[in-house]
Structure formats: C-alpha cells, structure tokens
Write a new protein. Sequence first.
Length: 146
Amino acid sequence: MELSPAFSITSDMTDEELDLYFASCGSLSNLPTPPPAKEHTTIEKPTPNTSDLHDFASELQAQATHLANLELEATKRSILHDMDYGLCRITGSMMEGMLQDMQQVDPASLTSECGTVKAGRRRKFSIDLSGTAMWKNGVQTPEPSP
C-alpha cells in the first residue's frame, strides 16, 4: 500500500500542490456538509428627519381623535337606541323638571335623612395644639400629648 505524499511528514508540497492533489482524489459530494456559517450583519438604526417625526406624531393624534369620535358616535347611537329614538318627545318643561331633580338645595339634609350620624350621642373632640411636635420612638407626636 502506497502512502499519500500529503500524509508524509517530510513532504515538501506547497499549499497549491496539496489543493490540486486533494481535488484529484475524488468528489466530495458524498460527504456531509456542515451548515453555512451565520453571518452577523449589523443593521444600522435609521434616524428619521424631524419632519418625518412631526408627520408621524400628527398622524397618531389624528388617528386617536378619529377613534375617539367613533366611540362617541357609538355611545350616542346606543343611548338613542335605548331611548327608542324618543328625543322629539322631550319638552322644555321636562328638562326643567329633570334639572330641578338633579340640583340639591341642602346636601346635609340628605345625610340626616339616612340616619347615619346621630347628633346627640357623639362627643366632640377638640385638641388645641400650639403647633409644635416632638419625635418620640420614631414617631412625630404633637405637644402637649393628649
């Protein structure tokens, strides 16, 4: 068996001669090929012009306004549908009556009607402080302490 000159330690073949020798040995198509190496490409971040940014911001604002208008119109339609489109039946006197119902003459009178606060049973605490305070055990306490 004859050894290849490429595997000899004392071989003085140049790189070009070795390339030619290995090319003549046989095809490499039956050998498995590794996947191609991934090339790392750096993507430059685009820097838009100020006018482009202004146009983009104004488009966003216009889109938000448009969506808000759509929501308002949908709300109006649902209210009208709930009222069975009865706007023509509402008169000025009805509006005045509704307005008087919404206005409260004395808000305190509503709380006394509920009975949540009993006037005669609670003591009124009043602490007259001179405006000074001191730190004790990591807590700020008013002086004089109650």
